[in-house]
Design a protein around this ligand. Structure first.
Ligand SMILES: O=c1[nH]cnc2c1ncn2[C@@H]1O[C@H](CO)[C@@H](O)[C@H]1O
Length: 537
């Protein structure tokens, strides 16, 4: 690799090629087996399409989007993304597993409101009468009420005499003041509170701290809307079905326990056991449904990563960990691991929980169960802050994967360890951008992680809140913001999501074989698309 002293351009070009290959040698797409002829065509076709769409769809004028570009802020660019052929191709790609998403924020917001509206027990209130001038700032509050507590007198949310009283959600919607948009205005009001919109992410709340205030307030709503068994069950079923339609064949879902879900009577709480029994039932029903359609190799189930909020006092963690062990013993096939969640920049660092976390290993040995740590760490742009330092603790505590690891790129030794120990990084591109860690995908550390040869899985984190159900949008943002990354790299990421899941090695083999079959078919369909496009040109 000596560059000095080169005389001939042919020699220079040879050395240039060697240097480039050397630099790219760690990437997953460079390390894999040679591409099949069909993969080569598909890869080149998608690269060409990406360039064409950058200069057509992404360069057109849009009245409400002043400066569009591929990889731009997701919430502003989403309506352009869905116009592209690349998006439509990626929506058919088999994507492997979702390994990083939070249960309460995985469904479509409008559909969740639809489920709430079907339940007479669901009620709503707000702190003062809603008016045209305060509707953007006054938040709805939901509550499931037992029948004996249904209100006997009703004052509408928009009535000037309204005073923070409960009203049935359905009635509140039907009677919503036409001056505020009637029932559609009601939907807009509630959905705005459940989601982050571009004016918030890129305007009023454009810092990590401010956007987390809005983000946190949405979780308060989801909790009240979803934690009622008829809604909870149907919600779970629907998001699994929609994940399957997006080419996802397995999920590991983070969920806080105890998960306070109201039973049918709207009063008593389900036990954790009952929650897991519901999971089992819903998953088995879906598997049976898939089998009856001859699609059994498209879905292999889901597991829960039990989480606790990193705000709880340290002494409260040990009982949670004991509960986690008891649940694992009873539902070994449904529990993937343990994690602590919440805003790392403002909550307790992992180090604060060191004693119970160290003890957890011993507790597992005694109980003869294995519950790997799958820690969120480094979801920050800090460099040496406590949130950033969580990466050291997650690594020392033996985490099997790292959730986000946004600041990992700053730490050479940790990069080396993650590579050596095959600690996969769960990267959630759209989440990081909406939560203001990066202003566009081009500034995201992901391309650097790919180039360093880290094991990466892509995930959606909280798709309800940014309207990015499934994984297609995340895959899209990654594909269009690096020239090196092509469909082959995305295929490797999908494979890694199976390889670094918490399935057993036999299960992984089964899921990988099914994935490969679907991948070959997918590549064939891209090749067909290429031929059709060529014949039109
Ligand atoms: O990206 C994230 N990082 C850390 N915590 C999160 C993220 N997304 C959601 N939660 C947390 O998970 C809980 C629901 O399970 C919520 O309290 C939310 O704060």
């Amino acid at each position: 690799m000596v560059i000095n002293g080169i005389q001939k351009s042919s020699e220079y070009l040879k050395q240039r090629e060697e240097l480039i290959n050397h630099d790219r040698a760690l990437r997953a797409d460079h390390k894999r087996d040679p591409l099949s002829p069909a993969e080569t065509i598909a890869d080149q076709f998608i690269r060409k399409l990406r360039a064409t769409e950058a200069s057509t769809i992404w360069s057109a004028d849009y009245p409400s989007i002043p400066h569009p570009f591929p990889g731009m802020e997701f919430l502003t660019g989403r309506s352009i993304i869905t116009k592209t052929k690349i998006y439509s191709i990626l929506s058919k790609m088999p994507k492997g597993a979702i390994l990083h998403s939070h249960f309460d924020a995985m469904g479509n917001a409008a559909e969740i409101l639809g489920l709430v509206l079907q339940q007479p027990a669901m009620h709503i209130r707000c702190v003062k009468p809603l008016t045209v001038s305060n509707i953007k700032t006054v938040l709805p509050e939901f509550q499931c009420l037992p029948q004996e507590m249904y209100p006997s007198e009703v004052t509408l949310l928009t009535d000037p005499s309204y005073k923070n009283t409960w009203i049935s959600v359905k009635l509140a919607r039907e009677m919503f003041d036409p001056k505020l948009g009637g029932p559609e205005g009601f939907d807009r009001w509630v959905i705005a509170a459940m989601t982050i919109d571009p004016s918030e992410a890129y305007g009023t709340h454009n810092t990590v701290k401010k956007i987390w205030q809005k983000f946190g307030s949405t979780f308060g709503l989801y909790e009240r809307m979803l934690h009622y068994v008829p809604i909870f069950q149907e919600y779970f079923r629907r998001f699994i079905l929609s994940a399957i339609e997006d080419g996802i064949s397995y999920l590991e879902i983070r969920m806080n326990f105890p998960y306070k879900c109201l039973a049918n009577d709207g009063k008593s709480l389900l036990s954790d056991r009952e929650i897991f029994q519901i999971f089992d039932r819903v998953l088995n029903d879906i598997k049976a449904e898939m089998k009856s359609q001859g699609r059994e190799d498209e879905f292999f189930g889901a597991k829960i990563v039990i989480t606790a909020l990193r705000m709880i006092p340290v002494q409260d963690l040990e009982p949670r960990l004991r509960n986690c062990i008891a649940l694992k013993k009873e539902f070994p096939h449904l529990i993937a691991g343990f994690d602590l969640v919440g805003h790392e920049d403002t909550c307790h660092p992992l180090k604060y929980y060191l004693e119970p976390l160290l003890k957890f290993r011993e507790m597992q040995r005694e109980a003869r169960v294995e519950i790997p740590f799958l820690f969120h760490a480094g979801e920050t742009f800090g460099d040496g802050t406590e949130a950033d330092m969580n990466l050291y603790d997650a690594t020392l505590l033996g985490t099997k994967r790292i959730g986000h690891g946004f600041s990992l790129i700053k730490h050479p030794k940790l990069l080396e360890i993650c590579k050596e120990r095959e600690i996969a990084i769960e990267v959630c591109p759209i989440s990081n951008e909406v939560l203001r860690l990066t202003s566009s995908m081009h500034m995201h550390p992901l391309p650097a992680l790919f180039n360093h040869g880290l094991h990466i899985v892509l995930s959606s984190d909280d798709p309800s809140i940014w309207g990015s159900m499934g994984l297609t949008f995340d895959f899209y943002q990654v594909l269009v913001s690096s020239e090196l990354t092509g469909i082959i790299q995305l295929g490797e990421v999908a494979k890694d999501s199976i390889k670094y899941s918490m399935l057993t090695s036999e299960e992984k083999q089964t899921v990988l074989t099914a994935w490969q079959r679907r991948w070959d078919k997918f590549i064939e369909s891209v090749v067909n698309e290429e031929m059709t496009t060529r014949s039109v040109e």
